[in-house]
Structure formats: C-alpha cells, structure tokens
Design a protein around this ligand. Structure first.
Ligand code: ADP
Ligand code: MG
Length: 372
C-alpha cells in the first residue's frame, strides 16, 4: 500500500453537554464537514506532518513519540503525534510516515476539529498497518483517539467527539451512555421534518486544554461533588442525592449533569413522537442549565441563543462545552436565513464581530476514501 486517504467528520452535540466525563448521556451527530488525512509510509524512521491550516510542517522521528518528547512539539502537531503515540502503546507497528492534513472544519469553534483530526489520522495510519476500519474497530479507535487527546495533548475530554466522528450515520444521532460506554445510533430525521441545525460560531475560540481552563475547573468541581457522594462520577448520582451536597457550587454543577441526562432522554422521546416543538424547548432548557448551574456560557453565546429563539428557532443552546465557541439552533429550513440575519444584527448592535454560520444535518461518520 503506497498511501491511504481517510476522512473523519466534526460533530455537533444536539444535547448532553458536560455529561460525557460525568457518566451521563449525550446525543451528538456527525456533520458534513470533515478533516482528511493522507498517510504515506516511508522507508526510514522519520515523521513528516503537514496541515494546510498551518504554514510550517513538522519533522521528527518515531523515537520522539513519548510523553517526554512532546514538550518540544508544536501544539497542533500534538493532536497527531498523540494518536501515533497511543497507537504505538497499543502495539501498532508504525513505519516512518508522511501525513498531510486538510480540513473543512473551523478550528477551535466547538465542531470538534480536534477529534476529526485525530480520527482521520488514526484511520489512515491504521489502514496502513493492517488495523482496518470495520464495524468492530470503530469504538476502540475512538478510545485510542480519546486517550491521545486526554493523556498526551492534555485536554481532559470525555470521548463523545471521537465516538460521534467514528459512528455517525446520515439522518441519525449517536446516543452515548457514558455510564457503561454503550453507543446506539438513533434516528434523527431532521431533513424529513424540514428542519436544519444552524451553527453559529461566536468567533471567541474556546480553550479546553490546560489545567486552568474553565473546562478543567468544571471537571474538577464535578469530581469533587462525586467524591463527596462517594461515587466514581457525579452522573451516577440520583436527584435525591443533590441535597447531600453542601457546597452550593458543587450542587449546581451536579444538578446540571443530572438534569442534562434527563433532557437527553426527553429529547429522544420527543423525537420518537415527532414533537419538534418539544425538542426545541428542551434544547433551550439545556442552555439555561449550562448558563446558570454550570456557568459555562458567555455573553456572545447567550446573545446567539436568545436571539435565535426570539427570531423563531424552535430552540437553541451552546454546544461543545461552552466558554466560547459555537451555539446551535434548531430551525425550520426556510427560517434559517431570518434567524441568521437576526443573530448578525444582534451581534452588530452589541459591537461584537460578525459571527460565522453553518447549517448542518446528521451525516456520515468517518471512512477510508482511498487506498492504493
Ligand atoms: P474544536 O475541537 O472544537 O475545534 P479544540 O480546541 O478541541 O476545538 O481543537 C482545536 C485544535 O485542534 C486546534 O487549535 C489545533 O491545534 C488542532 N487542530 C484541529 N484541526 C486541525 C487541522 N486541520 N490542522 C492542524 N491542527 C488542527
Ligand atoms: Mg475539540
């Protein structure tokens, strides 16, 4: 095999934010935009990694794929070398590699360009070393990529993004139960219902990596709440347990996690009943909880969400963790332009930079597009 081209999509999380690392439920779907990696084996032990999103390529060696070796590697390259590191830990016999990466996804805006990058690299390289992409390998590959992002890059993500990218399916969402890591593709026939999801990137990049990020703080608060209740993760608590949390902040964080998982179940019931108005209302309730109890919103996200609802969206919420990044709105297709223009006007009034928008529908998961 001389080269493999693999694509892996980004994702939008319809509902279920900050539930992944807490043992709760979430419901993402793969979007049409993806990242593509072309992988070529080399005859030596060198690694050459290039992304069209960055001017400089990086060159190193297989021996650099250690946790200590990562310190001198540029931030963006670590998402790639992290996957190669995790693959080697799993015993993949890696040759030297040339990797060329190209993406249609905005970076750092909540559509999970990081997971798309990791998954496309893992699939392309896996195909080269006889770890082919098949139904049984998708979930383990997602776990490999999650480990790369958590243990090597240092962004403590829960694994939703990688599972959505690998297990997405047209007109379906991916229901993930992080209590037991079970995954199920569930119908989400937005297209048939004449609906789209409007994604508004507020242009304020969210920063999830690093020990001081809001994400890491929330995660620590959730872990602390779980420890008080003597549980491994706070999502495994019952609603009755909340009163045993004396710390107001911990109780609020836990209340979000538990109510958010309940809302995922409510959305599933409303989708099954074809009640899209109810789905929208639950999405907006999710935002209220993320803004209040979880304190993960920003003024720009609030403006995008509440303007969209005022302009006729069925519901809206921040997505992908918050602290900046993107909001989504569930909108009738023919109303999407009106909502978009209303959000742009509100941002202009607030003297915020014009946001960027995309409309998405649940799309196919990762694939190998070419090998030869
Ligand atoms: P998101 O996953 O929501 O886009 P993250 O902060 O998790 O945001 O990941 C964004 C980071 O992932 C970028 O800053 C960059 O380091 C890396 N990344 C993602 N896509 C690419 C790409 N195509 N080329 C190089 N680096 C990328
Ligand atoms: Mg990410």
């Amino acid at each position: 095999m001389t080269s493999v081209t693999a694509r892996a999509p980004g994702r939008v999380n319809l509902i279920g934010d900050h539930t992944d690392y807490n043992g709760g439920l979430c419901l993402p779907f793969a979007v049409p935009m993806s990242t593509t990696t072309v992988a070529r084996p080399r005859g030596d032990d060198r690694l050459r990694i290039r992304s069209k999103a960055f001017p400089k390529s990086w060159t190193g060696r297989l021996d650099d794929l250690t946790l200590d070796g990562r310190d001198t590697i540029p931030d963006w390259v670590r998402y790639v070398t992290g996957v190669l590191w995790a693959a080697r830990e799993d015993g993949w016999p890696l040759p030297g590699l040339d990797l060329v990466i190209d993406s249609e996804l905005p970076l750092g805006s909540g559509l999970s360009s990081s997971a798309a990058l990791e998954c496309s690299v893992a699939i392309a390289v896996g195909t080269l070393v006889d770890r082919p992409l098949d139904p049984g390998s998708r979930q383990p590959l997602a776990e490999l990529c999650r480990r790369a992002e958590t243990e090597y890059v240092g962004a403590p993500t829960g694994g939703m993004d990688q599972l959505a990218s690998l297990l997405g399916k047209p007109d379906h969402a991916v229901l993930i139960d992080f209590a037991d890591l079970s995954v199920r593709q569930v119908p989400l026939a937005l297209r048939e219902a004449g609906l789209v999801v409007l994604v508004t990137d507020t242009g304020t990049a969210h920063q999830l990596a690093g020990p001081d990020s809001g994400y890491a703080q929330r995660r620590a608060e959730c872990d602390a709440a779980a420890a008080v209740l003597d549980l491994p993760r706070i999502g495994l608590a019952w609603a009755d347990d909340l009163s045993r949390l004396e710390d107001d902040v911990q109780r609020a964080r836990a209340r979000h996690v538990l109510s958010e998982s309940a809302r995922v179940e409510d959305v599933l019931a409303a989708v099954a009943a074809g009640d899209w108005t109810a789905v929208g209302a639950i999405l907006t309730a999710s935002h209220t909880s993320l803004r209040g109890d979880f304190d993960a919103s920003t003024p720009a996200l609030d403006l995008a969400v509440f303007t969209a609802v005022d302009a006729g969206a069925l519901g809206a919420r921040l997505t992908g963790g918050g602290f900046g990044g993107s909001a989504i709105a569930l909108v009738e297709e023919e109303r999407a332009d009106v909502v978009r223009e209303a959000v742009d006007a509100a941002f202009a009034d607030a003297e915020l930079a014009t946001p960027t928008h995309l409309t998405v529908l649940p799309s196919a998961g990762a694939s190998v597009s070419r090998s030869g």
